[in-house]
Ligand binder design. Structure first.
Ligand code: ADP
Length: 369
């Protein structure tokens, strides 16, 4: 038995307290019994003298035996009380510390990587709430572990697919099976662009999540910035047969933001709008001032829209909803997660309005300078 166990300490405290109580009671009783008995004997002796007789010294062997037996009864009762108190203390102390022992065993299991460990919450006291907190902590550790595993397998898949395409095509070209025509090379180039965009999005996402996203905040003319991203995207829109337009409002207040990060947000939203809209459709970008709340940018498309089922998840990492039928390559599912992290890092808000088959409008806000 280890003496530094909590239940041993609790039992020792209870038994010690009981023993001290009994000892004090025994001393007081012994003292008062002796004094009271002597007084009683003096009273009886006085009565005898008044009646003309004499009882001599009243504290004879019988009286001394009586006092001795009272004393030994007191000691026996005291010892029995201490033994009983000790036994009861051990039982209660073990009962009280049992949930703490279970918690410690479960924590040890979690340390060894067993995330199925949970403890039963049997009381509503401090130990019960500690058990509840422990269970919640293990739940969130398990969620993190699952998310990390999913992230690893998603990443392997996302990077593996374009790399395999590039590798097999290059091997085909080396073997002379695939012709190195500008079209084939351009398709490989597209795959490489996709990979490098994925890597840069992942870097942004991991920086944002670990709080290392350093923003270079400065007052920026957001209308001019949006217009420049729209202008850079026009050739792609024209290639896809989509009408891309920008509506700005003159003399907008400046926004307090990191120019490069917000252009990444606009570029991601525009790239999605073009990706999920078919030829003949339209994409409208607008900037407005929200009274006292900052500036708002919207990107509206007349594309495929988002189903009610996908809508709550599209800003989640690696969530891919319905993909455009015209696209050969599936999206990575992190474009909007990056948008959300970047906008929220600016203390802004991002949201979407969408109806399946009718198009989508993404909005985001940034604070005014
Ligand atoms: P992806 O690389 O798949 O486009 P995103 O994170 O950018 O990843 O978007 C997540 C999902 O949101 C997409 O898979 C798609 O289903 C949906 N989505 C995003 N933008 C649009 C849009 N403009 N129109 C329709 N659906 C969209």
């Amino acid at each position: 038995m280890r003496l530094n166990r909590l239940w041993v300490k609790l039992a020792a405290i209870c038994a010690g307290t009981a023993a001290a109580g009994v000892l004090i009671a025994a001393i007081i009783l012994r003292q008062t019994t002796g004094t009271n008995f002597s007084q009683y004997l003096r009273h009886v002796q006085g009565m005898g003298q008044m009646m003309g007789g004499g009882f001599g010294n009243m504290m004879g062997p019988n009286e001394a035996q009586f006092l001795g037996s009272v004393n030994s009864s007191l000691w026996i009762a005291g010892i029995i009380a201490v033994i009983v108190a000790g036994a009861v203390a051990v039982l209660f102390a073990r009962e009280i510390t049992a949930p703490i022992r279970r918690l410690s065993e479960a924590a040890d299991g979690v340390r060894r990587g067993d995330m199925s460990q949970r403890v039963e919450v049997k009381s509503h006291d401090e130990v019960g709430s500690l058990s509840e907190d422990f269970n919640t902590m293990v739940d969130s550790l398990k969620d993190d572990q699952d998310a990390r595993r999913k992230l690893m397998s998603d990443l392997a898949h996302e990077m593996g697919t374009p790399l395999a395409v590039i590798q097999s095509n290059l091997e085909g070209m080396l073997d002379g099976v695939v012709e190195a025509t500008p079209t084939n090379i351009s398709s490989l180039h597209q795959e490489a662009i996709l990979l490098s965009r994925l890597v840069s999005d992942l870097r942004t996402l991991s920086q944002a999540e670990s709080g290392r996203l350093n923003l270079s905040l400065a007052p920026v003319d957001i209308g001019e910035l949006v217009e420049s991203v729209v202008t850079a995207t026009r050739p792609e829109a024209a290639r896809k047969g989509i009408d891309l337009s920008y509506e700005g409002i003159p003399s907008l207040p400046r926004a307090m933001m990191d120019r490069d990060r917000i252009s990444q947000v606009i570029a991601n939203l525009l790239s999605n709008a073009l990706r999920y809209t078919s030829a003949g459709g339209a994409v409208r970008v607008a900037v407005s001032s929200e009274d006292g709340k900052g500036l708002a940018v919207s990107v509206a498309d007349s594309g495929q829209g988002i189903s009610a089922e996908d809508l709550p998840h599209i800003f989640d990492r690696f969530y891919r909803g319905a993909q455009p039928k015209t696209s050969r390559v599936a999206g990575s599912g992190i474009g909007l997660a990056v948008v959300k992290e970047l906008v929220e890092a600016h203390k802004g808000r991002v949201w979407v309005e969408s109806k399946e088959g009718r198009g989508s409008t993404f909005h985001f806000t940034v604070p005014a300078a």
